[in-house]
Design a protein around this ligand. Structure first.
Ligand code: ATP
Ligand code: MG
Length: 448
């Protein structure tokens, strides 16, 4: 992409309405614009990141065996009356009527809809287990939308739903998603901590919120420092009983908690030098709820013995449109965003210091073609802005590598590579620079 022909409305001033780093930087870097309270347009640069994040979420869901479908954003109130949630759900639900006076709503979540789909299709135990998911916009009329896309009213969520014959089998589905979540977030450069969450009246230990540590986070987290270094189980781990040792460190009661009452016990049980008490951002939430929807909604299948059984289910959410902001909270500096390669909007920023100079133009065109030819995505700054402004923009938008080309360097047969994260600058011949960048980008694209 050539910057002279792109749509990248960066802001030099820090927007006054933004309180936290990610919100400020997303506005400044031309990633998002507010349409109305808690509702955002994703500008081209932001949309590229959103799609990369969505792609990683999808790949890991598919790898875990979950099956993608797409449910609508609009739902009928009638369905929510079946589960009893229509009246129970508060003013966060956006309700309206269509021209025939039918009560409708903009889906804040999809348990009812997926249960309706599944009960109409699954007849016997042979149709189970299944995990179905979609990536779709949700609307929740949050009382206090804030921090940009971090807490929006309209937001993109991946929500998966599992269907099993027994509680035991449902635990395997839960474990499968648990591991998929750890892998998903690690691929985005995030260190996620599964935190034991409230399960409400259903009880049990089968609910975890996935948190990343950030000073501006809305959740309180207490955890054992060793959790931060616990290795992620491989994707092909046996999801049967064998899985338990793999995730035990996170599911043990003292894994991580947000419970104030536990604070004292936390202090008593975890040695001082191992206590982590921090703020966190919730990026995912998994939940086993048994027959909460299948029973009232009549989602039953025939078991091997011929008896009808209510299906055991769980739901598994990821805040897809919250993630770009969460990643920025975890990875930025005073100059701007620092994208990890797997979610970067472009992988290399190619800076032509003097467009119009024959040698600089020719070198940049050659580098652009060779990098793109090798499958590396490049944003070429071919604008007439002064070098200082170009550097500031590149640092702000946070592409992992900058390749800086000017007439002076070219005379000596050299271009400059800047690593955005470390700030390290090195010079190389154009050929060597291409080779190095292609190698680095390819190496960093995959899960470490
Ligand atoms: P929160 O406590 O942050 O309101 P929640 O418990 O209501 O989250 P879930 O219903 O579990 O969230 O939704 C799954 C995921 O969707 C959350 O883990 C979060 O990452 C994301 N999410 C929830 N609400 C919002 C929102 N208003 N804006 C952006 N993302 C959201
Ligand atoms: Mg909420």
């Amino acid at each position: 992409m050539r910057l002279s022909q792109y749509f990248l409305p960066v802001l030099r001033e820090v927007p006054s309405e933004a309180e936290i780093a990610s919100h400020k930087l997303m506005l400044r870097a031309g990633m998002i614009r507010q349409a109305s309270a808690g509702i955002y347009t994703w500008l081209p640069l932001g949309f590229r990141v959103l799609k990369k994040v969505e792609g990683i979420v999808r790949e890991e869901q598919d790898r875990s065996g979950a099956i993608e479908l797409l449910m609508p954003t609009l739902q009928q109130a009638e369905l929510w009356r079946e589960s009893g949630r229509y009246d129970a759900y508060g003013p966060e639900m956006l309700r309206f009527k269509d021209r025939h006076e039918r009560e409708m709503l903009y889906g804040p979540t999809n348990e009812e809809l997926i249960t309706q789909v599944f009960r109409g299709a699954a007849k016997s135990y042979r149709d189970l287990p299944r995990i179905l998911y979609h990536i779709q916009w949700k609307f929740r009329d949050e009382i206090r939308p804030r921090f940009g896309v971090m807490r929006g009213r309209e937001f993109l969520m991946k929500d998966a739903y599992s269907f099993d014959m027994s509680v035991e089998a449902a635990r395997h589905s839960y474990n499968r998603m648990f591991v998929a979540y750890l892998r998903t977030f690690a691929r985005m450069g995030l260190k996620s901590i599964p935190m034991v969450a409230e399960t409400g009246p259903i009880g049990g230990d089968l609910s975890h919120e996935f948190i990343i540590l950030a000073d501006t986070g809305e959740s309180q987290v207490f955890c054992h420092a060793d959790l931060l270094d616990t290795p992620i189980p491989p994707a092909d781990v046996d999801f049967g009983s064998d899985l338990t040792p793999h995730i035990a460190p996170w599911t043990r009661h003292y894994a991580a908690t947000d419970d104030k009452h536990d604070e004292g016990r936390f202090a008593a049980e975890v040695p001082q030098n191992k206590r982590v008490s921090a703020r966190g951002v919730e990026i995912g939430h998994i939940f086993f709820f048994g027959t909460k929807y299948s029973e009232p909604m009549g989602c039953r299948v025939q078991g091997p013995d011929g008896n009808m059984v209510s299906v055991q289910s769980g739901s598994y959410g990821i805040g897809v449109s919250r993630l770009p902001a969460a990643i920025i909270e975890a990875s930025h500096d005073d100059a701007g965003i620092v994208w990890p390669v797997p979610v970067a909007p472009f992988e290399v920023g190619l800076v032509n210091l003097k467009p119009g100079d024959k040698a600089a133009d020719r070198a940049c065109e050659g580098l652009y073609a060779r990098l793109e030819g090798a499958g590396v995505s490049v944003l070429l700054d071919d604008t007439q802005e002064r070098p200082g402004g170009k550097f500031a923009t590149m640092d702000l938008i946070g592409l992992p590598f900058q390749l800086i080309v000017g007439p002076k360097g070219l005379k000596g047969g050299e271009v400059e590579i800047k690593d955005r994260k470390s700030g390290a600058r090195t010079t190389a011949s154009p050929e060597a620079a291409v080779k190095r960048l292609v190698g680095e980008v390819r190496a960093q694209r995959i899960l470490a």
